[in-house]
Design a protein around this ligand. Structure first.
Ligand SMILES: *Cc1c(COP(=O)(O)O)cnc(C)c1O
Length: 401
Protein backbone atom coordinates (compact mmCIF):
# COMPACT_ATOMS: atom_id res chain seq x y z
CA UNK A 1 0.00 0.00 0.00
CA UNK A 2 1.39 3.37 -0.95
CA UNK A 3 0.77 6.27 1.33
CA UNK A 4 0.91 9.25 -1.00
CA UNK A 5 -0.69 11.60 1.43
CA UNK A 6 -0.35 11.09 5.15
CA UNK A 7 -2.91 13.67 6.28
CA UNK A 8 -6.04 12.05 7.70
CA UNK A 9 -8.73 14.10 5.97
CA UNK A 10 -10.50 13.34 2.71
CA UNK A 11 -8.76 15.22 -0.08
CA UNK A 12 -12.05 16.76 -1.26
CA UNK A 13 -10.94 20.32 -0.50
CA UNK A 14 -8.04 22.33 -1.86
CA UNK A 15 -7.68 24.35 1.29
CA UNK A 16 -5.97 27.71 1.58
CA UNK A 17 -3.05 27.62 3.99
CA UNK A 18 -4.71 29.81 6.57
CA UNK A 19 -5.44 28.77 10.14
CA UNK A 20 -7.87 31.01 11.96
CA UNK A 21 -8.05 31.04 15.70
CA UNK A 22 -10.84 33.49 16.39
CA UNK A 23 -13.18 36.01 14.87
CA UNK A 24 -14.45 39.44 15.87
CA UNK A 25 -17.31 40.82 13.81
CA UNK A 26 -16.16 41.05 10.19
CA UNK A 27 -12.57 40.12 11.11
CA UNK A 28 -10.88 36.74 11.25
CA UNK A 29 -7.61 36.40 13.13
CA UNK A 30 -5.04 33.69 12.38
CA UNK A 31 -3.00 31.70 14.86
CA UNK A 32 -0.14 34.10 14.06
CA UNK A 33 -2.29 37.16 14.79
CA UNK A 34 -2.83 38.31 11.18
CA UNK A 35 -6.20 40.01 10.68
CA UNK A 36 -8.36 39.36 7.62
CA UNK A 37 -11.47 41.18 6.52
CA UNK A 38 -13.93 38.34 6.05
CA UNK A 39 -15.95 38.82 2.86
CA UNK A 40 -16.43 35.06 2.58
CA UNK A 41 -18.36 34.83 5.86
CA UNK A 42 -18.13 31.05 5.83
CA UNK A 43 -19.87 31.17 2.41
CA UNK A 44 -22.72 33.49 3.37
CA UNK A 45 -23.18 31.73 6.70
CA UNK A 46 -21.80 34.16 9.29
CA UNK A 47 -24.57 36.64 8.60
CA UNK A 48 -23.95 38.50 11.86
CA UNK A 49 -20.17 38.22 11.76
CA UNK A 50 -18.05 36.27 14.20
CA UNK A 51 -18.67 36.00 17.93
CA UNK A 52 -21.75 38.22 17.86
CA UNK A 53 -22.47 38.79 21.59
CA UNK A 54 -26.21 38.07 21.27
CA UNK A 55 -25.52 34.75 19.51
CA UNK A 56 -22.75 33.76 21.90
CA UNK A 57 -25.05 34.38 24.82
CA UNK A 58 -27.93 32.43 23.25
CA UNK A 59 -25.70 29.45 22.49
CA UNK A 60 -23.83 29.32 25.79
CA UNK A 61 -26.90 29.78 27.97
CA UNK A 62 -28.71 27.03 26.04
CA UNK A 63 -25.59 24.82 26.26
CA UNK A 64 -25.85 24.94 30.03
CA UNK A 65 -29.44 23.73 29.94
CA UNK A 66 -30.10 21.20 27.18
CA UNK A 67 -28.46 20.18 23.90
CA UNK A 68 -30.52 17.44 22.36
CA UNK A 69 -33.69 15.47 22.98
CA UNK A 70 -34.73 14.31 19.44
CA UNK A 71 -37.96 15.05 17.65
CA UNK A 72 -39.75 12.43 19.72
CA UNK A 73 -40.53 15.27 22.17
CA UNK A 74 -41.87 18.79 21.88
CA UNK A 75 -39.13 21.39 21.48
CA UNK A 76 -40.26 24.87 22.58
CA UNK A 77 -37.45 26.68 20.73
CA UNK A 78 -38.57 24.96 17.52
CA UNK A 79 -42.19 26.01 18.00
CA UNK A 80 -41.09 29.57 18.69
CA UNK A 81 -38.76 29.84 15.68
CA UNK A 82 -41.27 28.06 13.45
CA UNK A 83 -44.02 30.51 14.45
CA UNK A 84 -41.74 33.50 13.88
CA UNK A 85 -40.81 32.26 10.40
CA UNK A 86 -44.47 31.63 9.62
CA UNK A 87 -45.36 35.15 10.80
CA UNK A 88 -42.59 36.70 8.69
CA UNK A 89 -43.19 34.78 5.45
CA UNK A 90 -45.67 33.13 3.06
CA UNK A 91 -45.33 29.84 4.95
CA UNK A 92 -47.71 28.01 7.28
CA UNK A 93 -45.41 25.09 8.09
CA UNK A 94 -41.71 24.63 8.86
CA UNK A 95 -39.42 21.58 9.03
CA UNK A 96 -36.00 22.17 10.60
CA UNK A 97 -32.86 20.54 9.19
CA UNK A 98 -29.11 20.67 9.79
CA UNK A 99 -28.04 21.94 6.39
CA UNK A 100 -29.08 23.43 3.10
CA UNK A 101 -29.03 20.16 1.18
CA UNK A 102 -31.32 18.58 3.77
CA UNK A 103 -33.70 21.52 3.48
CA UNK A 104 -33.74 20.93 -0.29
CA UNK A 105 -34.30 17.20 0.19
CA UNK A 106 -37.30 18.06 2.35
CA UNK A 107 -38.54 20.53 -0.28
CA UNK A 108 -38.25 17.88 -3.02
CA UNK A 109 -39.96 15.20 -0.91
CA UNK A 110 -42.72 17.63 0.10
CA UNK A 111 -43.36 18.36 -3.58
CA UNK A 112 -43.57 14.70 -4.55
CA UNK A 113 -45.83 13.84 -1.61
CA UNK A 114 -48.16 16.73 -2.45
CA UNK A 115 -48.93 15.24 -5.85
CA UNK A 116 -48.96 11.73 -4.43
CA UNK A 117 -51.69 12.53 -1.90
CA UNK A 118 -53.56 14.39 -4.65
CA UNK A 119 -53.76 11.08 -6.49
CA UNK A 120 -50.94 11.85 -8.93
CA UNK A 121 -47.93 9.73 -7.98
CA UNK A 122 -46.72 10.04 -11.58
CA UNK A 123 -46.06 13.73 -11.03
CA UNK A 124 -42.64 13.62 -9.41
CA UNK A 125 -40.36 15.44 -11.83
CA UNK A 126 -38.91 18.83 -10.96
CA UNK A 127 -37.61 21.37 -13.46
CA UNK A 128 -34.30 23.02 -12.52
CA UNK A 129 -31.93 25.46 -14.21
CA UNK A 130 -28.43 25.31 -15.65
CA UNK A 131 -25.84 26.82 -13.33
CA UNK A 132 -27.94 25.94 -10.28
CA UNK A 133 -26.50 24.66 -7.03
CA UNK A 134 -28.69 22.87 -4.53
CA UNK A 135 -26.22 20.83 -2.42
CA UNK A 136 -24.12 17.67 -2.52
CA UNK A 137 -26.48 14.83 -1.64
CA UNK A 138 -27.35 12.38 -4.41
CA UNK A 139 -30.69 14.06 -5.10
CA UNK A 140 -29.40 17.62 -4.87
CA UNK A 141 -26.49 16.99 -7.26
CA UNK A 142 -29.09 15.62 -9.67
CA UNK A 143 -31.18 18.76 -9.13
CA UNK A 144 -28.15 21.00 -9.68
CA UNK A 145 -27.25 18.98 -12.75
CA UNK A 146 -23.61 20.04 -12.89
CA UNK A 147 -21.48 17.36 -14.53
CA UNK A 148 -18.49 18.07 -12.27
CA UNK A 149 -20.54 17.16 -9.18
CA UNK A 150 -22.30 14.15 -10.76
CA UNK A 151 -19.28 12.42 -12.31
CA UNK A 152 -18.43 9.04 -10.86
CA UNK A 153 -21.33 8.80 -8.46
CA UNK A 154 -23.40 6.28 -10.35
CA UNK A 155 -26.75 6.82 -12.01
CA UNK A 156 -28.07 10.33 -11.59
CA UNK A 157 -31.13 10.35 -9.31
CA UNK A 158 -34.16 10.43 -11.60
CA UNK A 159 -36.75 13.14 -11.55
CA UNK A 160 -34.95 16.35 -12.51
CA UNK A 161 -35.21 18.07 -15.88
CA UNK A 162 -32.74 20.84 -16.44
CA UNK A 163 -33.25 23.75 -18.79
CA UNK A 164 -31.17 26.83 -19.72
CA UNK A 165 -31.33 29.76 -17.31
CA UNK A 166 -33.86 32.40 -18.35
CA UNK A 167 -35.28 30.47 -21.34
CA UNK A 168 -39.06 30.59 -20.98
CA UNK A 169 -39.66 28.69 -24.21
CA UNK A 170 -37.52 25.78 -23.04
CA UNK A 171 -39.33 25.90 -19.72
CA UNK A 172 -42.76 25.60 -21.28
CA UNK A 173 -41.52 22.77 -23.52
CA UNK A 174 -40.14 20.90 -20.50
CA UNK A 175 -43.47 20.74 -18.66
CA UNK A 176 -45.08 17.31 -19.04
CA UNK A 177 -47.88 15.44 -17.22
CA UNK A 178 -45.13 14.13 -14.89
CA UNK A 179 -43.93 17.56 -13.82
CA UNK A 180 -44.43 18.29 -10.14
CA UNK A 181 -42.72 21.64 -9.68
CA UNK A 182 -40.08 24.18 -10.61
CA UNK A 183 -37.03 24.73 -8.39
CA UNK A 184 -34.93 27.87 -8.68
CA UNK A 185 -32.54 30.09 -6.70
CA UNK A 186 -33.80 33.71 -6.88
CA UNK A 187 -30.11 34.63 -7.12
CA UNK A 188 -27.73 31.90 -8.24
CA UNK A 189 -24.91 31.74 -5.70
CA UNK A 190 -22.37 29.14 -6.81
CA UNK A 191 -23.50 29.62 -10.40
CA UNK A 192 -22.02 33.12 -10.56
CA UNK A 193 -24.40 35.58 -8.90
CA UNK A 194 -26.98 35.56 -11.64
CA UNK A 195 -30.25 37.06 -10.34
CA UNK A 196 -33.54 35.89 -11.80
CA UNK A 197 -35.34 39.04 -12.97
CA UNK A 198 -38.39 40.02 -10.95
CA UNK A 199 -40.39 39.65 -14.13
CA UNK A 200 -39.29 36.05 -14.72
CA UNK A 201 -39.96 35.10 -11.12
CA UNK A 202 -43.50 36.44 -11.51
CA UNK A 203 -43.79 34.56 -14.77
CA UNK A 204 -42.63 31.32 -13.08
CA UNK A 205 -45.34 31.79 -10.46
CA UNK A 206 -47.92 32.21 -13.20
CA UNK A 207 -46.73 29.14 -15.11
CA UNK A 208 -46.87 27.06 -11.91
CA UNK A 209 -50.42 28.21 -11.22
CA UNK A 210 -51.52 27.46 -14.77
CA UNK A 211 -50.10 23.93 -14.70
CA UNK A 212 -50.80 22.97 -11.09
CA UNK A 213 -47.07 22.92 -10.29
CA UNK A 214 -45.43 23.90 -7.04
CA UNK A 215 -42.89 26.71 -7.06
CA UNK A 216 -39.85 25.78 -4.95
CA UNK A 217 -37.32 28.45 -4.10
CA UNK A 218 -33.81 27.74 -2.89
CA UNK A 219 -33.00 30.70 -0.65
CA UNK A 220 -30.22 28.88 1.18
CA UNK A 221 -27.70 31.52 0.14
CA UNK A 222 -29.80 34.57 -0.78
CA UNK A 223 -32.25 34.44 2.14
CA UNK A 224 -32.32 35.90 5.65
CA UNK A 225 -31.66 39.52 4.77
CA UNK A 226 -28.74 39.12 2.39
CA UNK A 227 -30.36 40.82 -0.59
CA UNK A 228 -31.88 43.64 1.46
CA UNK A 229 -35.23 41.89 1.96
CA UNK A 230 -35.82 39.14 4.51
CA UNK A 231 -36.14 36.77 1.54
CA UNK A 232 -35.04 37.53 -2.01
CA UNK A 233 -38.34 36.60 -3.66
CA UNK A 234 -40.01 39.51 -1.84
CA UNK A 235 -38.39 41.85 -4.39
CA UNK A 236 -40.61 40.30 -7.08
CA UNK A 237 -43.77 40.46 -5.00
CA UNK A 238 -44.55 36.76 -5.47
CA UNK A 239 -44.50 33.89 -3.02
CA UNK A 240 -43.38 30.29 -3.50
CA UNK A 241 -45.17 27.17 -2.27
CA UNK A 242 -42.03 25.78 -0.70
CA UNK A 243 -38.71 27.39 0.25
CA UNK A 244 -35.40 25.96 1.45
CA UNK A 245 -33.38 28.10 3.85
CA UNK A 246 -30.06 27.51 5.63
CA UNK A 247 -26.66 29.25 5.81
CA UNK A 248 -27.42 32.74 7.21
CA UNK A 249 -30.31 31.58 9.37
CA UNK A 250 -27.91 29.86 11.77
CA UNK A 251 -25.30 32.62 11.76
CA UNK A 252 -22.63 29.89 11.88
CA UNK A 253 -24.48 27.20 13.75
CA UNK A 254 -25.43 24.38 11.35
CA UNK A 255 -29.12 24.60 10.67
CA UNK A 256 -31.63 24.88 7.87
CA UNK A 257 -35.36 24.89 7.32
CA UNK A 258 -37.93 23.94 4.75
CA UNK A 259 -40.90 26.30 4.72
CA UNK A 260 -44.17 25.51 2.98
CA UNK A 261 -47.77 26.53 2.68
CA UNK A 262 -50.22 24.26 4.51
CA UNK A 263 -51.53 23.09 1.13
CA UNK A 264 -48.08 22.19 -0.23
CA UNK A 265 -47.13 20.41 3.01
CA UNK A 266 -50.33 18.40 3.28
CA UNK A 267 -48.66 15.12 2.28
CA UNK A 268 -46.02 15.39 5.00
CA UNK A 269 -47.87 13.46 7.66
CA UNK A 270 -46.57 11.64 10.76
CA UNK A 271 -43.79 9.21 10.00
CA UNK A 272 -43.15 10.08 6.35
CA UNK A 273 -40.03 12.19 6.99
CA UNK A 274 -37.65 12.83 9.85
CA UNK A 275 -34.28 13.94 11.18
CA UNK A 276 -32.42 13.10 14.37
CA UNK A 277 -30.67 16.40 14.96
CA UNK A 278 -32.78 18.86 12.97
CA UNK A 279 -34.37 21.49 15.17
CA UNK A 280 -32.33 20.63 18.25
CA UNK A 281 -32.41 23.08 21.18
CA UNK A 282 -28.93 24.51 20.50
CA UNK A 283 -29.74 25.28 16.86
CA UNK A 284 -33.11 26.74 17.80
CA UNK A 285 -31.58 29.01 20.45
CA UNK A 286 -29.16 30.39 17.87
CA UNK A 287 -31.78 30.62 15.11
CA UNK A 288 -34.08 32.60 17.36
CA UNK A 289 -31.19 34.88 18.31
CA UNK A 290 -30.34 35.47 14.63
CA UNK A 291 -33.95 36.47 13.97
CA UNK A 292 -33.91 38.83 16.98
CA UNK A 293 -31.19 40.79 15.21
CA UNK A 294 -32.33 40.46 11.58
CA UNK A 295 -35.96 41.38 12.35
CA UNK A 296 -35.02 44.33 14.58
CA UNK A 297 -35.99 47.79 13.34
CA UNK A 298 -33.47 49.21 10.91
CA UNK A 299 -31.43 46.05 10.29
CA UNK A 300 -32.63 45.36 6.74
CA UNK A 301 -32.34 49.09 5.95
CA UNK A 302 -28.73 48.89 7.10
CA UNK A 303 -28.10 46.03 4.68
CA UNK A 304 -29.54 48.11 1.84
CA UNK A 305 -27.49 51.19 2.78
CA UNK A 306 -24.26 49.21 2.85
CA UNK A 307 -25.19 47.43 -0.38
CA UNK A 308 -25.63 50.83 -2.06
CA UNK A 309 -22.21 51.93 -0.87
CA UNK A 310 -20.65 48.76 -2.28
CA UNK A 311 -22.54 49.05 -5.53
CA UNK A 312 -21.13 52.51 -6.18
CA UNK A 313 -17.64 51.56 -5.03
CA UNK A 314 -17.49 48.36 -7.07
CA UNK A 315 -18.88 50.10 -10.17
CA UNK A 316 -16.08 52.63 -9.92
CA UNK A 317 -13.51 49.85 -9.51
CA UNK A 318 -14.90 47.94 -12.51
CA UNK A 319 -14.70 51.18 -14.49
CA UNK A 320 -11.10 51.87 -13.61
CA UNK A 321 -9.75 48.30 -13.91
CA UNK A 322 -11.44 46.93 -17.03
CA UNK A 323 -8.53 44.53 -17.57
CA UNK A 324 -9.23 42.90 -14.17
CA UNK A 325 -13.00 43.16 -13.63
CA UNK A 326 -15.61 43.31 -16.36
CA UNK A 327 -18.82 43.59 -14.40
CA UNK A 328 -20.36 43.71 -10.95
CA UNK A 329 -23.28 41.44 -10.23
CA UNK A 330 -25.61 40.21 -7.54
CA UNK A 331 -28.17 41.64 -5.19
CA UNK A 332 -27.73 43.40 -1.86
CA UNK A 333 -24.73 41.98 0.00
CA UNK A 334 -24.68 38.90 -2.24
CA UNK A 335 -22.16 40.53 -4.54
CA UNK A 336 -19.99 39.31 -7.36
CA UNK A 337 -17.29 40.60 -9.63
CA UNK A 338 -17.05 38.96 -13.01
CA UNK A 339 -13.33 38.75 -13.67
CA UNK A 340 -11.21 39.23 -16.76
CA UNK A 341 -8.23 37.61 -15.02
CA UNK A 342 -8.86 34.09 -13.67
CA UNK A 343 -11.06 34.41 -10.57
CA UNK A 344 -8.55 32.28 -8.65
CA UNK A 345 -5.85 34.90 -9.31
CA UNK A 346 -8.20 37.63 -8.10
CA UNK A 347 -9.06 35.71 -4.93
CA UNK A 348 -5.35 35.28 -4.28
CA UNK A 349 -4.65 38.98 -4.84
CA UNK A 350 -7.47 39.83 -2.42
CA UNK A 351 -5.97 37.44 0.11
CA UNK A 352 -2.64 39.25 -0.29
CA UNK A 353 -4.54 42.34 0.83
CA UNK A 354 -5.91 40.39 3.80
CA UNK A 355 -9.42 40.20 2.39
CA UNK A 356 -11.22 36.86 2.10
CA UNK A 357 -13.60 36.11 -0.77
CA UNK A 358 -15.12 33.04 -2.46
CA UNK A 359 -15.08 31.88 -6.05
CA UNK A 360 -18.20 31.15 -8.07
CA UNK A 361 -19.01 29.76 -11.49
CA UNK A 362 -18.66 31.86 -14.64
CA UNK A 363 -15.29 33.24 -13.44
CA UNK A 364 -16.89 35.31 -10.70
CA UNK A 365 -15.51 36.27 -7.28
CA UNK A 366 -18.16 36.41 -4.57
CA UNK A 367 -18.09 39.11 -1.90
CA UNK A 368 -20.37 38.14 0.99
CA UNK A 369 -19.54 40.26 4.02
CA UNK A 370 -21.45 39.76 7.26
CA UNK A 371 -24.65 41.81 7.13
CA UNK A 372 -23.49 43.64 10.25
CA UNK A 373 -20.56 45.29 8.43
CA UNK A 374 -20.22 49.01 9.14
CA UNK A 375 -19.73 51.77 6.55
CA UNK A 376 -16.11 52.20 7.63
CA UNK A 377 -15.44 48.49 7.26
CA UNK A 378 -17.12 48.51 3.85
CA UNK A 379 -14.86 51.38 2.75
CA UNK A 380 -11.84 49.50 4.06
CA UNK A 381 -12.97 46.49 2.03
CA UNK A 382 -13.35 48.56 -1.12
CA UNK A 383 -9.87 50.00 -0.64
CA UNK A 384 -8.45 46.48 -0.38
CA UNK A 385 -10.35 45.31 -3.44
CA UNK A 386 -8.95 48.27 -5.33
CA UNK A 387 -5.44 47.46 -4.13
CA UNK A 388 -5.88 43.88 -5.38
CA UNK A 389 -6.96 45.21 -8.78
CA UNK A 390 -3.92 47.46 -8.83
CA UNK A 391 -1.71 44.39 -8.28
CA UNK A 392 -3.33 42.57 -11.18
CA UNK A 393 -3.81 45.39 -13.65
CA UNK A 394 -1.34 45.14 -16.51
CA UNK A 395 -2.51 48.45 -17.93
CA UNK A 396 -1.83 50.36 -14.74
CA UNK A 397 1.49 48.61 -14.25
CA UNK A 398 2.57 49.74 -17.71
CA UNK A 399 1.45 53.29 -16.98
CA UNK A 400 3.55 53.55 -13.85
CA UNK A 401 6.59 51.81 -15.41
C1 LIG B 1 -24.87 26.14 0.10
C2 LIG B 1 -26.08 25.92 -0.70
C3 LIG B 1 -26.80 24.72 -0.64
C4 LIG B 1 -26.33 23.54 0.17
O1 LIG B 1 -26.25 23.83 1.52
P1 LIG B 1 -25.39 22.85 2.49
O2 LIG B 1 -25.63 23.41 3.85
O3 LIG B 1 -23.98 22.93 2.04
O4 LIG B 1 -25.94 21.49 2.32
C5 LIG B 1 -27.95 24.62 -1.38
N1 LIG B 1 -28.39 25.63 -2.13
C6 LIG B 1 -27.73 26.80 -2.22
C7 LIG B 1 -28.28 27.90 -3.06
C8 LIG B 1 -26.55 26.98 -1.53
O5 LIG B 1 -25.89 28.13 -1.62
Amino acid sequence: MTQANAQPLYDTYNRAGLRFERGEGVWLITEKGDRYLDFAAGIAVNSLGHAHPHLVKALTSQAEKLWHVSNVYEIPGQEKLGQRLVNATFADKVFFTNSGAEALECAIKTTRRYHYVNGHPERYRIITFEGAFHGRTLATIAAGGQAKYLEGFGPKVDGFDQIPFGDEKALKAAITPETAGILIEPVQGEGGLRPVTEESLRSLRKICDEHGLLLLLDEVQCGVGRTGKLFAHEWAGVTPDIMAVAKGIGGGFPMGACLATAEAAKGMTAGVHGTTYGGNPLAMAVGNAVLDVVLADGFIEHVRDIARLFKQGLASIADRYPDVVSEQRGSGLLMGLKCVVPNTAFIEALREENLLSVGAGDNVVRLLPPLTITEDEAREGLARIEAACERLSVVNKKKSA
